[in-house]
Design a protein. Sequence first.
Length: 70
Amino acid sequence: MEKEYTAVIKHDGDWWIGWIEEFPGVNCQEATHKDLIETLKTTLREALEFNRQEALSAAETDYSEEIVKV
């Protein structure tokens, strides 16, 4: 299931700079807008997977997973 996130994007000189609004620490810079979007997607996927693995590791055993909507 795809989820939507908001990219804040700025063209600054020769660079395109972007941040994912909902996920601090996911920010990238590229020479083109297209490359920036792809790099943001890749970086966000990696950050989500890292955080997921970290949470599961912290829980160790005997845990459950539940969907939380806000």
